[in-house]
Every structure is written in C-alpha cells, then in structure tokens.
Write a protein that binds this ligand. Structure first.
Ligand code: AKG
Ligand code: MN
Length: 202
C-alpha cells in the first residue's frame, strides 16, 4: 500500500446530500510512524486538563495540547487551550498533510491516549471558531483504535479502524450531521497519539 492507496467512505448527511471521508490506511511507513510516535510522546508538552461535570472536577481521559499561531487559542468543553507554536517536526507533518489532502491546515489538536482507558466521548468538532463546515484531517500513530461515527438523526453507525500511520480526512458537513468518538478498550495497554489538523482564520 502506498501514499496513493486511498479509500473513500460516503456518509449521508441528509436524504439528498452525501459527504466523503477519505482514508489512507498506511499513509506513513511503519518505520516513519514508529519514529514519529516516539518523538510525539517525548517532545509534545502534554497537558492534563480537567472538565467540570455536575460540580465535580474530573480529568480529561487523555493528555492533549493545541498548536497554531501563538497568541491565539481554542476553546472546547469550556477548556481554553492557548496555541503553542508548531515545533519543526510537527510543522513538517502539517505541510505533508496539506499536500496529501489538498486542504489548508494551520492548527492541530494533539491527543495522547496513554492506554485503552483513555478515550474521547461522542462529539463533533463544530465550534463556531472552526468556521462553517470545517474539514478535519486526522493522523493516527500507535495502537490501532476504532473511530466510530454516528448520525445525529438516523443513528446510522459506522466504525473505522485507525491503524498506525493512517490518515483520515473528514469532508465538509460531517461535523454538522455526525458525531464521532474513540471508545475505551479495557484490555489495551499500548499508547496512541492522534493529530487532528484544522483550519482557523485569525
Ligand atoms: O483520536 C481521534 O482519532 C479523534 C480525536 C478527536 O476527535 C478530536 O481531537 O477532536
Ligand atoms: Mn473530534
């Protein structure tokens, strides 16, 4: 499988509108992906953020950080993440994701799932700050985890395994009609790092 081996999954948004997900299952060679996973785990300044749930403070079940134009920030679930400048190794990755997808990305939310107990719950990346119908690219490294998508109205449910070195692109409209998550996997001990590249103006 090489760079051009792409798969397309068509998702219904409304009865007369479809959006595409593109998946490059082995976008990086396993050697490249191994090296990048090591760098990402050791060189990303990981944050342990907390959520306020019904008066209780609970840790976000993963580590994370936000990269982009210094001086800007991104807020989701009431967590404000000030942008860190892209380190050189992440900047190179950002640029190759742009070349592969033909889309522009100037921000990245990076997630570190230390093991199968870490997860991200059902959500859409639909904050107004991401603009109208944002396009999102997602690069996965480390343990394979299942990316689940669920339609808001029809409850149609699909599962896409995201392998070490895979790249996934969610096209316009998906954030408005579908939610996605990475569920916990009780028995999994291996880590996973995920980069979600986004575009924000300003
Ligand atoms: O880890 C993933 O594959 C998804 C992460 C995600 O949905 C997000 O950061 O918004
Ligand atoms: Mn997301």
């Amino acid at each position: 499988m090489d760079l051009f081996d792409e798969q397309k999954i068509a998702l219904s948004l409304t009865p007369d509108r479809v959006a595409d997900i593109y998946l490059w299952p082995q976008w990086l060679s396993s050697k490249e992906a191994d090296a990048l996973l090591k760098t990402a785990i050791s060189d990303t300044p990981w944050r342990q953020d907390t959520l306020n749930m019904m008066g209780k403070t609970i840790p976000v079940p993963r580590l994370q950080n936000w990269f982009g134009e210094p001086g800007t920030s991104y807020t989701y679930s009431k967590i404000c993440l000030p942008a860190q400048a892209f380190p050189h190794w992440m900047e190179a990755l950002r640029a190759s994701v742009e070349v592969q997808t033909g889309c522009l990305f100037n921000r990245a939310l990076v997630n570190y799932y230390r093991d199968g107990r870490d997860s991200v719950d059902w959500h859409a990346d639909d904050e107004r700050s991401l603009g109208f119908e944002p396009i999102i690219a997602s690069l996965s490294l480390g343990a394979e985890r299942v990316f689940e998508l669920r339609h808001n109205d029809t409850k149609e449910h699909i599962k896409v395994p995201l392998a070490h070195g895979s790249l996934l692109l969610m096209g316009p409209g998906i954030q408005s009609y579908w939610k996605h998550r990475i569920a916990k996997v009780k028995t999994l001990e291996e880590p996973r790092v995920n980069f979600t590249f986004r575009h924000m103006s300003g």
